[in-house]
Design a protein around this ligand. Structure first.
Ligand code: NAD
Length: 488
């Protein structure tokens, strides 16, 4: 069988040590790899490259399409971009997969029965970092959720469950509050779930879902969620198994995929031969499965489980009673290599199987958009205005804004951070210097032209009202594509 080319980066801090230990096991296990090494992280940042990765390294990633990456140190201070985010987003790695497994009774954990896989959306949500200061008091972050983005991640979660013989996929969202963005994620989940009749599909509001996950992780299997919740809950879930040092992760793209540990470069532990290489090693197991070397993954992963079971532990998981020998990074790698061919006795052995193609035509990962009839029915004009009062100010602002009514456009509401305050607001609503003024057509159900919006903004300017941004209100095929104000 021919070798698979992969790109490897040894990273910073403990990175080189845990990578050496991981590569040692892969080599001894007979992994069929041709390794290209690239430099990323601190040295590259310090050479004046704010992205932390050199142009020729991109070329290697695009060529091999498989990246085994040790953690790097992101320099403190402005100007440096997170390499992880840059690589994930630039190369379209839309799915972040983190299996979180307990190794009770060999690794101390409060959650002895746990085998959960977090599937986190990786490209959108608030992580676009599209942020603006809008007034003296208010900053904004845009949360963008797209239909193809949801389709990709939800389809991936169900396909992952199917290929890995998982029984249930759970979706976590906050669609009771964010009815449009998280609502779309939940809607797509419900559309795709019926394509997988053998897999149970359930959805939870993220807050209670997270509480249940922490309380009874044994009731969860695969969990799919938007970026922010996934970022937070995948760390929580990894820690619940006993140590973040034990979790590996895969970032899957349509072309290029990246495999890593979930932890960072732990600079204070660097150069001491102490760090646990298991997170990166388990990331490497996902890589072997991804490139079709299930035989090597099964061999190496079982040897690793046997090592943990034999009580050969690095300092981070070493405990009286379960640990027989506390070893260094290198020695741990050697202990795993020595056990190649052995299987765990108490822990469940793994058996990765090559995926047999069913012969059915696979559903597309995402679809072309259906173009709806889009009608402009109103506009939200955001205003920076302040009269020194945190309460009741809208009663003064309302009449000023009403002066710009005309030309078939009228003010229907003013809200402060989403809550309606005019007309007929509550005197107890706390307000700041940021107001959303909603204008609609004077005729019920009527549409507006862009020129009417432009003229409206001109009247704002003439009235000395400081408009800071606008959002168009559209109906899509007659259905409102905007949320009502709270209390509207
Ligand atoms: P960290 O994960 O490096 O360390 C947190 C704690 O966990 C430390 O106490 C550390 O000693 C311990 N730890 C982490 N990995 C361990 C291992 N393999 N074995 C034993 N103990 C381990 O997080 P941090 O200290 O917040 O960040 C350090 C640097 O890593 C920062 O520059 C950060 O930007 C970077 N970072 C990189 C990645 C990545 O490259 N994927 C991810 C997270 C953080």
């Amino acid at each position: 069988m021919s070798n698979t080319p992969i790109t490897v980066a040894h990273g910073d801090g403990i990175g080189p040590e845990i990578m050496d230990a991981t590569l040692h096991i892969l080599k001894e296990a007979g992994a069929r790899l041709d390794i290209e090494t690239i430099e990323i992280g601190e040295k590259v940042y310090n050479s004046g490259n704010t992205a932390g990765i050199a142009p020729e390294s991109w070329e290697s990633l695009r060529r091999t399409q498989v990246f085994l990456k040790a953690p790097i140190t992101t320099p403190q201070g402005g100007g440096f971009k997170s390499l992880n985010v840059t690589v994930r987003k630039s190369l379209g790695m839309y799915a972040n997969i983190r299996p979180c497994v307990s190794y009770h009774p060999f690794v101390k954990t409060k959650n002895p029965v746990m085998d959960v896989v977090i599937v986190r959306e990786n490209e959108e949500d608030t992580y676009g970092g599209i942020e603006h200061r809008q007034t003296d008091m208010v900053e904004q972050c845009l949360k963008l959720i797209s239909r193809p983005g949801c389709e990709k991640i939800v389809r991936y979660a169900f396909e992952y469950a199917k290929k890995n013989n998982r029984k249930k996929v759970t979706c976590f969202v906050k669609d009771n509050i964010m009815k449009q963005t998280d609502g779309l994620f939940a809607k797509v989940f419900k559309e795709i779930a019926p394509d997988y009749p053998d897999i149970t599909a359930e959805d939870w509001i993220v807050d209670i879902g997270a509480a249940k996950l922490v309380d009874t992780p044994e009731n969860f299997d695969v969990i799919v969620m938007p970026n922010l919740y996934g970022d937070i809950l995948s760390d929580v879930t990894a820690q619940m198994t006993g140590s973040v040092g034990l979790a590996g992760s895969a970032n899957i793209g349509e072309a290029v995929s990246m495999f890593e540990a979930i932890h960072g470069s732990a600079p204070r532990r660097a150069g001491q031969n102490k760090a646990n290489p298991s997170g990166l090693f388990l990331g490497a197991m996902m890589m072997l499965v991804h490139i079709g070397q299930q035989d090597i993954a099964t061999l190496a992963h079982n040897a690793w489980l046997k090592t943990i079971e034999d009580g050969i532990h690095t300092y981070d998981i070493a405990r009286d009673g379960t640990t027989k020998e506390t070893v260094g990074t290198k020695e741990f790698g050697e202990a795993v290599a020595k056990r190649l061919g052995q299987k765990p006795e108490t822990l469940k052995a793994v058996e990765y199987k090559a995926v047999v193609e069913s012969g059915e035509t696979a559903k597309p990962l995402y679809n072309q958009p259906i173009q709806a009839q889009k009608d402009l029915v109103g506009v939200d004009v955001f205003v920076h205005w302040w009269n020194g009062k945190f309460f009741g100010a809208a009663d003064e602002l309302g009449p000023l804004v009403e002066k710009v009514n005309g030309d078939g456009v009228k003010l229907v509401m003013i809200s402060s951070r989403g809550t309606k305050v005019y007309p007929g607001g509550q005197s107890d609503t706390f307000c700041v210097d940021h107001w959303r003024c909603r204008f609609m057509s004077e005729t019920d159900g009527g549409t507006l032209t862009k020129q009417q919006v432009i003229d409206l903004l001109s009247r704002f300017d003439e009235a000395g009202l400081d408009f800071i941004k606008t959002e168009h209100l559209y109906n899509f095929d007659g259905k409102a594509g905007y949320a009502l104000g709270q209390g509207q």
